[in-house]
Write a protein that binds this ligand. Structure first.
Ligand SMILES: C[S@@+](CC[C@H](N)C(=O)[O-])C[C@H]1O[C@@H](n2cnc3c(N)ncnc32)[C@H](O)[C@@H]1O
Length: 287
């Protein structure tokens, strides 16, 4: 698989650290639980007129979507599809822990290479995965063909970067997080050119009819979920790993202080964390 695309990495960088990725995705599922719960409840409502036997989570990662959908759609069988066997192994463990192993199965497939042989499905959920693909339009056409007529596709994508800190954090120069994202922008534009694309138009082009489009503003303040500090640390670590040579030494040093588990200023201990981001979910029908 084209590993650099899956992990927002350039070819010159090291191989993906799937354990770190799994941890990040699981922490994200925990911290953004209320968003995911609201989004899947909304999709459940929109799917009220559907036979809901088979659901596919495309680019499932560790399966936060697959598992939430298996809980929402109580009679459905769910396939969690991902290119990474390591992430799928985490999904299997969580499915067992939740007593869902008989209804959630995993399928390893690289969508950049070929669409896998699967029976037709009633609902496809693709969260934060389409922008990683080399040719999302080809995959959207495959999704269209894989759905039963009348079946639904739900696409969730990020509208703005994830932020945890106030502008002035009391150390270093104000505006650190904004500078980190600005420094990464050029790399992201190159490694994941479909990030931030106009998914509504792409869905229409693939033959879908848009049923609904809904923005979800995520703005969590105190009391925050208990894993927020670890989520912020894992996210900032991932950002830090890509910033060598892209930011000045003072900013990098401040970032190091924020992610150093032992330090007093580590995000694990800070009282000024929030979680701000935004996602849009499109629900589209194969008419
Ligand atoms: C940002 S993660 C999102 C995971 C999950 N959907 C979620 O919302 O938590 C993107 C996922 O897409 C998967 N992915 C990226 N490119 C892929 C490809 N070509 N084939 C299959 N999976 C892919 C990655 O392995 C990763 O698990």
């Amino acid at each position: 698989m084209e590993i650099h695309r899956h992990q927002h990495q350039s070819a010159a960088e090291s191989a993906p650290d799937w354990a770190a990725m799994a941890e990040l995705l699981d922490l994200e599922a925990d911290v953004l639980h209320s968003y995911l719960s609201e989004a899947t409840a909304w999709v459940h409502e929109l799917a009220a007129d559907l036979p809901r036997r088979r659901i596919l989570d495309l680019g499932s990662g560790t399966g936060s979507g697959a598992l939430a959908l298996a809980q929402r759609f109580e009679d459905a069988d769910v396939i969690a599809l991902d290119g990474s066997a390591q992430l799928l192994a985490h999904c299997q463990v969580k499915a067992r822990d939740l007593g869902l192993a008989d209804r959630v199965r995993t399928l390893q497939a690289d969508l950049d290479i070929a669409w896998p042989a699967i029976d037709a499905v009633d609902l496809v959920w693709a969260s934060m995965s389409l922008h990683h693909l080399t040719d999302p339009d080809r995959v959207l056409a495959e999704v269209f063909a894989a759905l039963h007529p009348g079946g639904l596709l739900a696409v969730a994508e990020m509208d703005r970067p994830l932020l945890f800190l106030p502008d002035d954090i009391g150390i270093g120069r104000p505006g650190l997080e904004a500078r980190c994202h600005a420094a990464l922008a050029a790399e992201l534009a190159d490694a994941v050119p479909h990030l931030g694309s106009r998914w509504g138009s792409r869905l229409r082009q693939a033959g879908f009819t848009i049923v609904a489009e809904r923005p979800f503003a995520i703005d969590l303040t105190s009391p925050l979920p208990s894993s927020t500090g670890r989520y912020a640390q894992a996210s900032l670590r991932r950002i830090r790993s890509r910033l060598d040579g892209r930011m000045n030494a003072d900013d990098l040093a401040t970032l190091d202080v924020l992610i150093d588990s032992e330090g007093a200023d580590c995000v694990l201990r800070r009282k000024d964390l929030t979680v701000r981001t935004a996602r849009t979910v499109w629900v589209a029908r194969r008419s």
